[in-house]
Design a protein around this ligand. Structure first.
Ligand SMILES: *Cc1c(COP(=O)(O)O)cnc(C)c1O
Length: 466
């Protein structure tokens, strides 16, 4: 399998190179040259398979020659063996047609574990036969940082430097990062906002000297391997609800458009997906883009769903590329104009293409709280605020009533205890597997929001290229 860049000017790479590279050298994002497909019989044969067996069947075509089937299976067994539920991503029924797909049974309680646990193992495996050391640098508003640190702690040939805005992530989120004491984990609390931290990370990647010297790498959802791992649970859930004979719809709490793009890929591979519902909070750029073709960024409004408080959704570029006839030069022009004006109009081809599969909804704080109460009163389920945004969109959708609707539950309610308590009056208990979090020692550096200070800190501790 070969991968090409959405901007058409970077070399095509194989799966191993694409995993280690993250972003393409022309500023674009990598995608498979052609979508693999699973036949109706192959999808039917997934019925009854374990999560790991499903993962091997779904990911095999994307991995190509980079890993043989036994190696892929072994990595999946290690990654998903750490989940607290034997089904890895179980589905739970809410009423006659509404379902939840629980993606939060991993070590850090958010869906990002599903992809990052595997990515950590892929890094280690691919680096073992190279003489390079990788320096992962990232900024987090909470969930990505904890999932990436858990996945990379103690792995050979990788260091991770994770920046978080001091005092602006929840206690649970901070401790999930700062109590990991492995020597290759470096937490940096920045005296500034998430945007300040993110801007510094971007500047480090843009500095060719620095990023080349330390082999910088990214673990955010622009990394293709992350999206690939997320395709699996769409198949796993849909087959349990009757696919390929019965189409299934999914409602996805969306921020960077990574999770829902994996659902789009599942549909392109042949899974009968009746609809993909893009659920946003009041930061609604994606809702405006899907419903009106207006992809224009404003300023971020902080909400109870911080992982969806974004203005620019990196992975949307992948959809625009695929729907626009895969014309790299045209897409590069469209994205360059967007960078200059922070606004972009979808072409007719992109807008009508999106409408065939996607719909969208903008969910405000009241609708979110109502959905949380509905889940609790009607179905005895406690859902986190992000999942509640997805559920509100699912409940509001106008789909054929015969189609089951699966909401992706992206975080454990205990990760956002205060917001859940405000909406439902119930304070979710922390699951036993992270029970001692509040007794463990913390370690992190506090630095000013200064690029020089942060690069100096990293340069002193990272391993340069040989
Ligand atoms: C990251 C995250 C999201 C958004 O996912 P995207 O792939 O960025 O669209 C939603 N909910 C939770 C809890 C998250 O951590």
């Amino acid at each position: 399998m070969r991968y090409i860049s959405t901007r058409g000017a970077a070399p095509a790479l194989d799966f191993e190179a694409v995993t280690l590279a993250g972003l393409a050298s022309d500023g674009g994002l990598y995608l498979p040259e052609a979508w693999p497909s699973l036949s109706r019989d192959e999808i039917a044969a997934l019925a009854g398979l374990s999560y790991v067996d499903t993962a091997v069947a779904v990911m095999r075509p994307f991995v190509g020659d980079a890993l043989d089937e036994a190696a892929l299976r072994s990595l999946c067994e290690q990654a998903y063996g750490r989940f607290a539920h034997a089904a890895v991503t179980p589905i739970v029924q809410l009423d006659h047609r509404q379902w939840l797909l629980e993606l939060f049974h991993g070590p850090t309680l958010a869906f990002k574990d599903v992809a990052l646990q595997l990515l950590g193992l892929l890094f280690e495996r691919f680096l073992s036969s190279r003489d390079t050391h990788l320096t992962v640098v990232g900024a987090t508003s909470g969930d990505t940082g904890s999932a990436a640190i858990d996945a990379l702690a103690g792995r050979a040939k990788v260091d991770i430097f994770m920046l978080h805005p001091e005092g602006r992530v929840s206690d649970v989120q901070r401790r999930q990062m700062t109590t990991v004491l492995a020597p290759n984990v470096h937490n940096i609390a920045i005296d500034g906002s998430f945007d300040d931290a993110q801007a510094m990370v971007k500047a480090m990647f843009a500095d060719a000297g620095f990023s080349g010297r330390f082999a910088l790498s990214a673990v955010n959802s622009i990394n293709w391997a992350r999206l690939m791992a997320q395709i699996v649970y769409y198949f796993y859930a849909a087959v349990r609800l009757g696919a390929p004979d019965r189409p299934v719809a999914f409602s996805v709490p969306t921020g960077n458009f990574g999770d829902i793009f994996a659902g789009y890929v599942a549909a392109r591979m042949g899974l009968p997906v009746a609809r993909l519902i893009v659920a946003t909070n009041v930061n609604d750029i994606l809702h405006r883009a899907i419903s009106q073709g207006d992809y224009s960024a404003g300023t971020v409004t902080p909400t109870a769903t911080p992982s969806m408080d974004i203005q620019v959704s990196s992975n949307f570029e992948r959809l625009l590329f695929d729907l626009g006839g895969r014309d790299g030069a045209a897409l590069a022009g469209q994205m360059k104009a967007f960078d200059a004006t922070r606004a972009l109009r979808l072409t007719n081809q992109q807008l009508t293409g999106a409408a065939e599969l996607f719909s969208s909804a903008r969910i405000d704080a009241d609708d979110m709280a109502l959905a949380m109460r509905w889940a609790s009163e009607q179905a005895g389920q406690t859902v986190d605020p992000h999942s509640a945004v997805g559920l509100a969109a699912a409940l509001a959708s106008d789909l054929d009533p015969a189609v089951p609707v699966v909401t992706l539950a992206t975080a454990h309610p205990a990760k956002f205890r205060d917001a859940v308590e405000r909406a439902t009056g119930l304070r979710p208990a922390l699951p036993a597997r992270i029970g001692s979090l509040f007794e463990r020692e913390e370690r992190y550096a506090s630095l000013p929001a200064s690029l020089d200070a942060v690069t100096a800190y990293i340069a002193e501790r990272a391993t340069p290229r040989p």
